[in-house]
Design a protein around this ligand. Structure first.
Ligand code: ADP
Ligand code: MG
Ligand code: MG
Length: 251
């Protein structure tokens, strides 16, 4: 599904190298988790994959189902199936959540050569998916994320993901700031989307989330590189011992 080889990324504005040779292979249907100390480049990796401005790829490649995504515009990546749930979802005053979702869904359907959903069809799907995430009608009518609590914003990210049905879902600390119940809702939302043709990259600090979203593979990232890869037990090791042991081992 996603293949990243020797990815090197620096800031455009500064001579600062952030990713220093990331290698990652995610098969179709797999769930991979990335953990790692603050500042190790996890968010940068998610931004570079989804096409945020301000970063320069100085070496390496990233392909989705064999297609180079690094040369694509963000909307082309989205149409190809890349989705990023933000660590810090942005508020968009003046744009109704429902309008936003419908515009995004239909733009993507159009880019894929599919017919747009009618207003009725869209409403039916969005209501059903919102309900399972305990997002009420009022939240659908309000401007995107404006005045939403931290947990509501994160659940709204998962609603966007559920509506867009991406192939490669990247979740950047979607669990941070969530209480246990909200985290379970988010995990259920993710698990409902698990499918042989869809993969997940879950960035998290906490083993807790991985009790609910069972990963196939866990990676540890530090200083711009993946320094260790293992199974779910690696997340437990981090939970119990922190990163110090792993960092020391690698050094
Ligand atoms: P993580 O998500 O693992 O906490 P980030 O990807 O957010 O790490 O950041 C990696 C490093 O790059 C940090 O040292 C951060 O300060 C730096 N960095 C990322 N983006 C920028 C930016 N736009 N300007 C300056 N420094 C940045
Ligand atoms: Mg961070
Ligand atoms: Mg981050």
């Amino acid at each position: 599904m996603l293949s990243i080889k020797n990815l090197h990324v620096k800031l455009e504005e500064e001579d600062k190298q952030i990713l220093k040779g990331v290698n990652l292979e995610i098969g179709a249907g797999e769930v991979h988790a990335i953990m790692g100390p603050n500042g190790s480049g996890k968010s940068t990796l998610s931004y570079v994959l989804s096409g945020k401005d301000g970063y320069e790829v100085t070496d390496g490649e990233a392909t989705l189902l064999g297609d180079d995504i690094l040369d694509m515009e963000p909307e082309e990546r989205a149409a190809a199936g890349v989705f990023l749930a933000f660590q810090y979802p942005v508020e968009i005053p003046g744009v109704g959540n429902m309008t936003f979702l419908r515009t995004a869904v239909n733009a993507q359907r159009k880019a894929r050569g599919e017919e747009e959903l009618s207003a009725g069809e869209f409403l039916k799907v969005v209501r059903e998916k919102a309900k399972s995430l305990k997002i009420d009608a009022d939240m659908l009518k309000r401007p995107v994320n404006v005045g939403f609590s931290g947990g509501e914003k994160k659940r709204n990210e998962i609603l966007q993901m559920a509506m867009l049905e991406p192939k490669m879902c990247i979740l950047d600390e979607t669990d941070s700031g969530l209480d246990v119940d909200a985290m379970k809702l988010v995990a259920e939302g993710v698990n409902a989307l698990r499918d042989a043709g869809r993969s997940f990259l879950v960035i998290t600090h906490y083993q807790r989330l991985l009790d609910h979203i069972k990963p196939d593979v866990v990676h540890i990232m530090a200083d711009g590189k993946i320094i260790k890869t293992g199974g779910p037990e690696l997340a437990l090791e981090v939970e119990n011992n922190g990163y110090a042991d792993i960092l020391g081992e690698v050094a």
